[in-house]
Design a protein around this ligand. Structure first.
Ligand code: ZN
Length: 291
């Protein structure tokens, strides 16, 4: 069976995996995200120590260029992360090994992995990470969604509950977008600590659940997804998932036709969704299903 490489390129660390087309991880490694000229050769050296690869999948933090007709396909575009703007991530490895490379956002890859391992190969699923930022990936009819670019569902504007009208939000672009209101830094900015450290009866729990439930409702209503997977550090807060589930039901108000099939859950692949997604991107590149 072909040995595939998978890279989950995150803003704080790179997770590397060697695995199979079925998403089984045979070896893994991680290293901190420094500047690209330091990080990428170390990534390549680790894969070289594992033996030859048939293909590589890269699941990257964004924003990234996913347009196969673009001369900058496979690049990280404009990011505040020092050194990474206009980084030719896919090209670096293509030049080194000459193998097929699959490339997508970390969250689209995680959505692909969660859909595949839930037996939803032709299904429709969203994966949302709620942590330092809020990002979401979308798989529709088995395919990660690319349109004018990739989804950026952390930056929509939610309806604000009356308990939370005075906070300006922390998004440098939008202020009170979803990420500006419900990410880890947004929680810390108005309540001084992580959500998981606040007592269970603190109003913050219901406020954050409200915002995330609105996102789930938007995904159910606009994309007819069946499953929304909620991952990331903030979602580890005890009781938060149940609050989001309850609130999303209330927001639906017995209306959407697919509501009996709506599921909001934690990642089935736990911390491996991104790395397994990267392997699946590699498999798809090998099969020439995607550029
Ligand atoms: Zn924003």
């Amino acid at each position: 069976m072909s040995r595939l490489g998978g890279i989950e390129a995150g803003g704080t660390k790179f997770v590397l995996a060697v695995g199979t087309a079925s998403g089984e991880i045979l070896a893994r490694h991680s290293l901190p995200t420094d500047r690209p000229e330091d990080t990428l050769p170390k990534v390549a050296d680790w894969f070289d120590s594992q033996g030859p690869l048939a293909a590589l999948g890269i699941a990257s933090f964004g924003p990234v260029d996913l347009d196969p007709s673009s001369s900058r396909w496979g690049y990280i575009t404009d990011t505040p992360k020092p050194g990474w703007s206009q980084c030719d991530l896919a090209g670096f490895f293509a030049r080194r090994w000459g193998v097929p490379i699959g490339f997508d956002t970390d969250v689209n890859a995680a959505a692909l992995a969660e859909a595949t391992f839930a037996g939803l190969e032709a299904g429709t699923l969203a994966y949302v990470t709620v942590g330092t930022g809020i990002g979401g990936g979308l798989v529709i009819n088995g395919q990660p969604v690319h349109g004018a670019a990739h989804p950026e569902m952390g930056h929509l504007y939610p309806r604000r509950p009356k308990e939370d009208l005075s906070f300006a939000g922390v998004c440098p672009y939008h202020g009170d977008c979803l990420e500006g209101l419900a990410s880890g830094p947004a929680i810390r900015a108005r309540w001084g600590m992580p959500l998981s450290d606040l007592p269970p009866d603190h109003e913050a729990h219901q406020v954050i659940a409200e915002y995330l439930a609105q996102l789930c409702h938007i995904l159910f209503a606009t994309n007819a997804v069946g499953t929304v997977v909620l991952g990331g550090g903030v979602m580890k807060t005890p009781g938060l998932l149940a609050r989001v589930q309850d609130r999303a039901k209330a927001l639906d108000a017995h209306y959407l036709p697919g509501r009996s099939r709506h599921v909001i859950r934690s990642p089935g692949l736990k911390e491996d969704a991104g790395a397994v997604g990267a392997l699946l991107l590699g498999q798809r590149a090998l099969a020439r299903l995607t550029p």
